[in-house]
Design a protein around this ligand. Structure first.
Ligand SMILES: [Zn+2]
Length: 105
């Protein structure tokens, strides 16, 4: 599963996704470029559960320009295809975009 999820805020007020993107928080990063960062979910729903997030802070889709959104989706697409080539049992892949806190529950 690869999805764009709501960032949580650390006790010091820093967004956890921004902290990961800035290498200020631990994460198992599987991909990164100038626009997006992908890492293993800390609480995976299933083996291979990845989060793909924009490097620039965003709370919801209103904060992301279409080019960034397309790029994040493209990274997720590539990682989903790569996941099929790993040894992880994978009969299917969900790609999910959570826009807004209610969508992340
Ligand atoms: Zn952030």
């Amino acid at each position: 599963m690869a999805h764009l999820a709501m960032p949580e805020t650390l006790p010091d007020g820093v967004c956890i996704f921004c902290a990961i993107a800035a290498e200020q928080a631990d994460a198992s990063v599987v991909y990164e470029d100038d626009t997006a960062v992908a890492f293993m979910d800390l609480f995976p729903v299933t083996p291979g559960h990845l989060l793909v997030v924009p490097r620039a802070h965003a709370i919801d889709l209103e904060d992301i320009d279409p080019a960034t959104s397309a790029h994040v989706w493209s990274v997720g697409h590539g990682l989903a295809r790569a996941l099929r080539r790993t040894g992880i049992r994978c009969e299917g892949i969900n790609m999910l975009v959570c826009d807004g806190e209610a969508a992340s529950r």
